[in-house]
Ligand binder design. Sequence first.
Ligand code: CU
Length: 115
Amino acid sequence: MSRRSFMKKTAAAIAAAAFPALPFAIAQPRTHRVEISGFKFTPDRLDVSVGDTVTWINRDIAPHTATAAEGGWDTGELVKGAQASITVTADMETSYFCAFHPMMKARLSITASDQ
Ligand SMILES: [Cu+2]
């Protein structure tokens, strides 16, 4: 065994001993992408966790927004090719629509399993 691979194995063994079976999984925040195209949010149902980031990108020529149903958050106007991101919080509104085209509706589904 090379010294390098011995060191690698040793480090792994130390880590395993120092952190035996963590009682919870440490979830890394993820970035989700919602495409706005053809006057639709895709996907229109998105599973997210607290701490994740959701990025909306407008592929249409028409401007759109992603605006919380009760106005709690808003990407503001997104012209063609523009994008905006929102960080998921535990108490944020999950239903949203386009302020310019209120028939465009979508929803986030927040899983708060990691606290
Ligand atoms: Cu719109």
